[in-house]
Each structure stands twice: as structure tokens, then as C-alpha cells.
Design a protein around this ligand. Sequence first.
Ligand SMILES: [Zn+2]
Length: 328
Amino acid sequence: MLLRSWGVSNSIDVKINTTDQKGPFFDPGNNTAVFPHPSQLPPGTYHPVQAQKIDDTVVHEVTHGILRGVNEKLSQAITSGDPWAKALNEGFADAMAVLYSEKFNPPGDTKVSEDLFKNQSDIRDISESKTFDDFVDSTAPGMEHINGQIFGNFIYRARQQGLSIDQAAKVLIWITSEIEPDTGLIINKTDEKDIKDAIDFISSVDQAIGAILDIVWGQMNGYEDPPSGGGGSGVPFAPSFVTGFFTGCYSNIYSLYSNSWGSSSGASSYQVYYSTTGAGYIYAGSVSFPSTPSYNSVDAYLKIKACNSSGCSALSASTFFQPHLCGG
Ligand SMILES: [Zn+2]
């Protein structure tokens, strides 16, 4: 939906009010977080609610997309049903949902999707103590959520040990990106330097999730055309820099990038523009944070406009070039 033009698109799509007769889920084939209509949610398990309006449910589902996006081998292991990979996928998605709640809502809520599930027993709580010794090597349905609590509690305990919300989110993504499903959980033992590297490397995971949530709200309210005009006294300056980094390949086809730019004083949103040649930039979408993930199937150049109710700046002088590094 957003950021799609000339072979460039945002990394995660969202579908709401679908007719799937199950709870919210992430569809890796279409890279889409799916929120079925309230009437389609199995009534024994779920309240008949618009699940795309529940923050931690949304963050849980889009985190599945992010986790798969940063480690293709892990994504394949999840799809093939590997119990460890599935547990990490569920537990880290729960942990990210709780981190998001902690960041933007009153702290202390360590439960996930309590507004969605009817039965207390279905509500996961990452503060519940679980260790790797509790792992059950089973592919039975639902086991991924029970084993997943090991990974959820891992992040909870890291927070208890003094990691900030942002640090915990970054470490979570870094661990996911480093895991080798074939040779063990993590190739080299994690030490303090690794964690510092991870924090430096992943600069804006929480903001990226904010931007993704913004896309969800945009989808619910219908697509808005970009504001036109500009040039008034209240128009913000263009971002002073645009940057980003390659985060990996997806499906051997797409080159994934995490993009960010300097926030502009007085801006309420940013417009993202792409070009495949370095000229003739095309509007691709709007985000409210100064960052966005994207994926390419071709080389692309990225420029940004800063916007508010008075209009939008000119395109940034700075350009971020995204070479297409994956597949053909
Ligand atoms: Zn899940």
C-alpha cells in the first residue's frame, strides 16, 4: 500500500476486516498483517473486536514481519515449523508489544492482547518467569506461544537488569538478525560489546514501529492525498540529511533498508519520494516519524519533504542511495 512505486514498496502491508475465520495473523507469503472482521473471530477464543485498534495486537503481528525481514534463514525455519524458531518469533513479538506499550502508555502492563482474548489462560504475560530449561520440543498447536514465553521473559529480565525500552527493542532485533537456525541459537556468545554494537546498529526500531502503526491508521481512514502547496511562512525546512542502512534480503528478491532522516522543526509529517535514476522523484507515501523501513527490487534513491498544515518543504538536498543487493 504505502511506499509502492517503480518496484519499491514498504516492507509490511496491512489488511483489515478480512473474512478469514481466525484471529489476527501475519501472512509471510504476502508480507501482510491481517486483521479479520470482528464477526469472523472464533467466538470461543476472541472478543468480537476491531483488533487493528488494539496497540499491542498490532505491534505483535507487524513484529512477526520485522523479525522475518531481518533474518531470512530464521523466516524459513519458522515456516517449516521449527519449534525454536516459532517460539522466538512469538516470544519476541510479545516482548516488542510490551515494549511498545511501555513506551507510549502508562508503564507496568506486561500482558499481551488482554483486550482481544476472552479467556484468561490465552493472555500471555512476559513477566511470568520462564527459562530455556522450560522449553518443550513439540510441534503441537499453541506450543509456540507457551515456548515463546521463554523469549518474552528473556527481554523482561533484560529490562529488569537495567536495559532501557529502546535498548531492549534494539537488542531483540539484533539477536533475531544474528541467529543461525542451522548451527545453534547464537553463533558467538553475546557479550557487552555485541550489545553495544547492536544498539549502535539498530537506530530507530521503535520509531519504525510507530511509522508502521501510522500506516495502519492510514489504511483504516482511507488513503489521503499528499498536501499540496508549500512556500508559506510556516512551512518547515527540508530534512538536513537522509540516511539509512541495508538490513538484509527478503525472499532472495528484495533488498531491505532501514531509512531515517533529520527531524525538521515544526514538521508534523514527512513525505517519502523515490527515484530509480536519481532524477524525477515520485511520491511514495507519508509517515509521521523521521524513519521508515522499505524494500527494493531495483536500485533506488530516496529524498524526503518535511510537512505541516502550511505545506511541505522542497525535496531534501541530501539523498540516500539504496543499491539493490539481493537476488536478480
Ligand atoms: Zn504471533
